[in-house]
Design a protein around this ligand. Structure first.
Ligand code: UDP
Ligand code: MN
Length: 255
């Protein structure tokens, strides 16, 4: 009777992709009430991702979609006001899929789950407590220049009064994408809620949330927002100089 959690993961080809997705797939093997929506930033779905889902036994509770980010939104770095928003196209495609496939009579939860963060299984037990019409929030480690970004609560721990964010604290919702999950009925009731390229850096979370909730309606989770159950880890760019030297000789280490 736990609500289904739809975890939406944009992902793109790079050397560490298989390692990142293997980690996530093994987390999913521990969490039977999750449904994984992977959206590849490619022109077609890839055998790398299909095989990975097969090997983890996740074919029946995953959905594989693809949409390539238009090249004008790939990082070029001329515009000082916003850098390339990542995963916009992919998350919006997942929302369109959810709006047309999910049965609104059954309570379910949507979580935007980037492929490189580190997630505790306990986080998903917390998400299952999110009520209909609610957005659950919790702390995120290693983000925004802090060890932990967290919501600040009333003394009884039932309402959010503010946030401890140091980076752009003036944002309507100064929290990371990994800091919240949303009851699916809110997306049905608010069809205009989507992600956008037309927002400043750091405003993607506020952009989606402003259509769905207000600060005082947020549902604090994770032991009154004292437990850290997700970390905004980032994988270092893979160094492949020796591999490139091999390729020039027509060889490869993974061939
Ligand atoms: N992503 C993508 N296409 C890209 C860049 C990123 O689909 O061109 C995905 C990436 O795999 C991740 C999410 O978008 O799931 C957020 O990207 P990233 O982790 O690089 O963002 P950051 O952590 O730096 O904010
Ligand atoms: Mn990331």
């Amino acid at each position: 009777t736990l609500p289904t959690i739809y975890a939406v993961t944009p992902t793109y080809p790079r050397p560490a992709q298989k390692a990142e997705l293997t980690r996530l797939s093994h987390l999913f093997m521990l969490l039977p009430h999750l449904h994984w929506i992977i959206v590849e930033d490619t022109n077609a779905t890839t055998s790398l991702v299909r095989n990975l889902l097969d090997r983890a036994g996740l074919e029946k509770r995953s959905t594989l979609l693809n949409i390539k980010t238009p090249s004008e939104f790939k990082l070029k770095g001329k515009d000082p006001n916003w850098i390339k928003p990542r995963g916009v196209e992919q998350r919006n495609l997942a929302l369109a899929w959810l709006r047309s496939h999910v049965d609104d009579d059954r309570h379910s939860i949507v979580f935007f789950m980037d492929d490189d963060n580190s997630y505790s299984t306990e986080l998903f037990a917390e998400m299952s407590k999110i009520g209909r019409g609610r957005v659950g929030v919790w702390p995120v480690g290693l983000v925004g220049g802090l060890m932990v970004e967290r919501p600040l609560l009333t003394e009884d721990g039932t309402k959010v009064t503010g946030f401890n964010a140091a980076w752009r604290p003036e944002r309507p919702f100064p929290i990371d994408m990994a800091a919240f999950a949303i009851s699916m009925d809110l997306f049905i009731r608010n069809p205009q809620a989507t992600f956008s390229y037309e927002v400043q850096r750091g405003y993607q979370e506020s952009e989606i949330l402003r259509h769905l909730t207000t600060r005082d309606q947020l549902q604090p989770l994770a032991n009154k927002c004292t437990d850290v159950l997700v970390w905004h880890t980032r994988t270092e760019k893979t160094k492949l100089a020796a591999e490139e030297a091999l390729l020039k000789k027509g060889q490869r280490s993974d061939g």
